[in-house]
Design a protein around this ligand. Structure first.
Ligand SMILES: Cc1cc2nc3c(=O)[nH]c(=O)nc-3n(C[C@H](O)[C@H](O)[C@H](O)COP(=O)(O)OP(=O)(O)OC[C@H]3O[C@@H](n4cnc5c(N)ncnc54)[C@H](O)[C@@H]3O)c2cc1C
Length: 460
């Protein structure tokens, strides 16, 4: 039986990063993947969706080109070619990850891992033993128990990424991040989209001002948004669907396609023999801030821990686990995690929402600087949105940043660095920002929060 210092189950962003770091630390490492290297993120998550979002942005740009004096005919979507382009990007990145694993000396084995005990597992007809195990088995689409939802024509995000046509109309069950990203993609491609969300707001985990602004923007682009509404039944009639809704509205939506995107559930198959402690309603593996499970030498990282289901969180946890295996005593902190939503306009955030900051810190300094007062945003023809900063009144320490508008997802990195170092509004105020850039909205928001705005009026 082959023995490894570290066995990693799952080659998503949690697992492959943990494996590479383990090998870099001199540990004999094997990674086991039953499907494709790169996991959800690379194959059916972050990367393919963002490739399609880019197409949506191009189509949108063409549609609004006439506003800039450029006359282009109405664009057409060749869906098979679009999916082909997406697959090319995914394959290139997956090949890159495979190369990195090999170059770092990580052994790769394809198969469905089944743990046998706290130091042995079986895969592809062989047994291997390990000194340490890192579980990075990720998550899968969650299908709620709604009558009719098991119809094979009701699609998950995974299946939507291989559609060979643009549906004439699309009902999206769930207005979270994934639902809103698909709404952006398919509205731009020409589908008539309806989002049905149970909560009061779409992207409900985001700062309320952001959710409200996104709803307004998406409605303006033609998305029908029903909040406070619950789907009770899905019926198929030939090649169309009837989606029955109760709540704020009682109605039946008709659509030629249905996407169910109401969350993800942890992949726990094959881990039963470990008898690990669980949390969050017994649905996710319980870990401490060193990514240790309830059993010594067994770690869990990524979506399977149910902490923050983001690729970059999974990767950070993977590094923490690997470093702790060699005794480096790293701890995971979730205080400043950038969170991005790739809608049009795009969204990013880090730190606390206004509500949470008020609850925790009491008196705050808050400012929102509008994109419509930013020269670069106007030049780009993207005046929608704002940058919002939230700081503790006493110390001026930045507690949260929430941006909606052009380049929002690229802006959040700088503020995350500042927040990680305990930076203040004054730190931002004293920094010179290049002109004209969208990042000036952050600088302007800091001036405004400190009561010294130049490019807007106090109290705005
Ligand atoms: C549509 C969509 C869009 C997303 N967009 C973003 C985004 O823009 N940004 C972002 O940060 N996050 C995004 N996410 C979330 C992100 O994909 C996940 O948070 C991330 O992939 C989690 O990484 P992971 O390593 O924990 O698990 P996964 O990426 O799910 O990988 C787990 C791997 O383990 C394998 N596996 C499971 N069980 C076994 C077993 N028993 N034996 C062998 N192999 C096994 C699986 O096949 C899988 O490949 C998106 C998700 C979806 C669905």
């Amino acid at each position: 039986m082959n023995h490894y210092d570290v066995a990693v189950i799952g080659a998503g962003p949690g697992g492959y990063v943990a494996a590479i770091r383990s090998a870099q630390l001199g540990l004999k490492t094997i990674i086991i993947e039953k499907d494709k290297i790169g996991g959800t993120c690379l194959n059916v998550g972050c990367i393919p969706t963002k490739t399609l979002v880019k197409n949506a942005e191009i189509v949108n740009g063409i549609r609004h080109a006439a506003d800039r004096g450029i006359i282009i005919p109405e664009p057409e979507i060749d869906m098979p070619a679009t999916i082909g382009m997406k697959n090319k990007v995914v394959n290139q990145l997956a090949g890159g990850v495979q190369m990195l694993l090999k170059a770092n000396g990580v052994e790769i084995i394809t198969g469905d891992a089944k743990t046998l005990s706290a130091d042995r597992l079986s895969v592809a007809g062989q047994e291997i033993s390990f000194g340490n195990l890192i579980i990075a088995t990720g998550s899968s689409n969650f299908i709620p128990p709604i009558p009719g939802i098991d119809d094979p024509g009701v699609l998950t995000s995974t299946e939507m990424l291989d559609l060979d046509h643009v549906p004439e109309s699309l009902a999206i069950i769930g207005g979270g991040v994934i639902g809103c990203e698909f709404a952006t993609i398919f509205t731009s491609f020409g589908s008539k989209v309806t989002i049905i969300e149970m909560m009061q707001n779409i992207v409900p985990a985001m700062d309320k001002d952001i959710s409200i602004m996104l709803k307004k923007s998406m409605k303006a682009s033609g998305v029908n948004i029903l909040t406070d509404c619950k789907v009770t039944q899905v019926n198929r009639l030939n090649d169309r669907y009837q989606v029955r809704i109760t709540g704020a509205k009682e109605e039946t939506i008709e659509a030629s396609g249905v996407l169910v995107s109401i969350g993800r559930s942890a992949n726990l198959n094959g881990l039963e023999a470990l008898g690990l402690a669980m949390e969050y309603g017994n649905k996710y593996i319980k870990v401490n801030d060193r990514m240790e499970t309830s059993t010594a030498h067994i770690y869990a990282v990524g979506d399977v821990t149910g902490k923050m289901m983001l690729a970059h969180v999974a990767s950070s946890q993977g590094i923490v686990a690997a470093e702790n295996i060699v005794g480096n005593k790293l701890v995971m902190s979730y205080d400043v995690v950038p969170n991005c939503v790739y809608t049009i306009p795009e969204i990013s955030s880090a730190g606390l929402t206004e509500e949470k900051a008020r609850e925790t810190f009491g008196e705050l300094l808050i400012a929102k600087f509008p994109m419509s007062a930013c020269g670069k945003a106007l030049a780009m023809g993207e005046p929608a949105g704002f940058a919002k900063l939230i700081a503790e009144k006493k110390t001026k320490k930045v507690l949260g940043c929430h941006i909606i508008g052009a380049n929002a997802t690229e802006l959040i990195g700088q503020i995350a660095v500042l927040m990680k170092k305990g930076g203040t509004l004054t730190d931002i105020e004293e920094t010179i920002y290049a002109h004209p850039t969208i990042s000036e909205t952050i600088s302007e928001a800091a001036h405004l929060a400190l009561g010294r705005p130049v490019h807007t009026l106090k109290g705005k």
